[in-house]
Every structure is written in structure tokens, then in C-alpha cells.
Design a protein around this ligand. Sequence first.
Ligand SMILES: Nc1ncnc2c1ncn2[C@@H]1O[C@H](COP(=O)(O)OP(=O)(O)OP(=O)(O)O)[C@@H](O)[C@H]1O
Length: 251
Amino acid sequence: MLKVKNLYKSYKTGNVNYDVLKNISFDVKKGEFVAVMGPSGSGKTTLLNCISCFVPFEKGEILLGGENISGLNEESLADIRNQKLGFVFQDFMLLDGLSVIENICLPQIIADKDVTKMEVLANKLCTTFGISHIKDKYPAEISGGEKQRSAVARALINKPYIILADEPTGNLDSKSCRAVIDSFVQAKKELGATVFMVTHDSFAASFCDRVIVLKDGEVYTELTKTTNRIEFMDRLLDTLKKLGGDDSDNE
Ligand SMILES: Nc1ncnc2c1ncn2[C@@H]1O[C@H](COP(=O)(O)OP(=O)(O)OP(=O)(O)O)[C@@H](O)[C@H]1O
């Protein structure tokens, strides 16, 4: 579903080039729930932004559903962003002037889809994520967890290849955090969704199938859940502790 091959990305500050991503390679299979973790500054957001087609990269390849996005023009990248990617952001990015159901329909409206069909799809997603009772409310009238579940529903309405989530639990209390993670797990189980999430939160990451750990712009290690969530979280915390990062602060 997602293939990253020998990816390099640098930023130029003055005359100096800083290598931020160095020879990153990994795959995410259809229906997998994968997290990216690592210390602050290790390149997680930059990696997500490259996959999101938001920032260009110098070397390497990113394939989405088999299609190589390197070298595509801005118009094609915009199409990919709208039709093949679903986004869930830390601060929800719901439009205040639209109701929950209108927010969920937004990617379909942008893609100029049929209104009746989009309403059917949006209502189904509301049922799946248990937000039918708030679908006519506005973002200011719903809780943080409900906002995130609405954002997950919106990310899924165009049936994207993959959902990209940037710190989706970062602003939430533990109950709302759990609601968001449950909605990803549900999207994976019931809709076969593929989810790729950047997080500092080992509790959230412990619900994933696999965690890619970055250090100084390189893949330090990949951890796969083999037995149960608690054992996986212990291994994650051990690994993050060895890195000396700031990611073991959620327990
Ligand atoms: N637009 C930019 N211009 C120059 N340098 C940048 C830019 N964006 C990020 N960087 C640098 O790239 C490195 C990686 O940043 P990035 O935001 O990807 O790390 P991160 O792992 O997501 O960090 P955090 O966990 O703190 O969010 C950092 O050293 C950062 O200062």
C-alpha cells in the first residue's frame, strides 16, 4: 500500500544543508496499523510530510498503491492528497462553520462527487464511529474525542489508500485518546483501512501492529507486535528509553 525506498531529505539553512531523512526504507501493507516514533527532531513529521506530498524530497521513492509520487506535478499531487490519502491532524482541522456531517462530506465535495451518494457514505461512517447523534452539531458543540472520531470518518470517506495521522492523540485526555485509537482499530478491522500514525505516545502506539522507530533521520529499528499489547508496550518503552528520547512520558 505504501512503499518508501531509500528516501533522503535535507533542509538548507543559510549555506548549510542538514540531512533530516537518510536512506529511509520501509513498507506498509494494506490493512496494517503502523506508528512512527522517535525522539524529538528525529524526522517523524518530515517523513509524514514527504508521504503526504506536502514537501519535496531529493532522493528515493515513495509509492502509494504502486504509484510513484516522486516527480509528479503539483496538480497530480493535489489529486493524490484528495483522493488517495486521508488526513487526521492533532488539532482536528474541522471547519467551524460546517456541521459534523458536512465536515465528513468535505473530501467528497472537493472531489465533486454525487451529493446523495456522499450523504449515504457519511451516514454509514457516522454509524460506524458512533457519532450519528451529533452529526448535525457544529465542532464547537462536541467533545475532543467526538471531534477526532469525526476527523477519522472524514479521512475515510474517499476510501483512501492510507490514513496519515500526525499526533492524533496529542491534545486529548486519556479517555478521548482511547476513543481515537479505537476508531483507527475499528477502521482497520471493519473497513480494511491502512493507518500510518506519527506519535510520541507509547500507549497509543501499543495498539498498532508495528512501530518504526527513527533516530537522527534513520530507521533505528522496527518492532512488531507478536504476543499481546502490554508486552509490545514494554518493548516499545525499553527501546525508547535506550534512545534517550522523550517518548516514555505517557505511562
Ligand atoms: N522547514 C524546515 N526548515 C529547516 N529545518 C527543518 C524544517 N522542518 C524541520 N526541520 C528540522 O528537521 C529536523 C526534523 O524535524 P521533524 O519536525 O521532522 O522532527 P520530529 O521527529 O517530527 O520532531 P518532534 O517530535 O519534535 O515533532 C529537526 O532538526 C528540525 O529542526
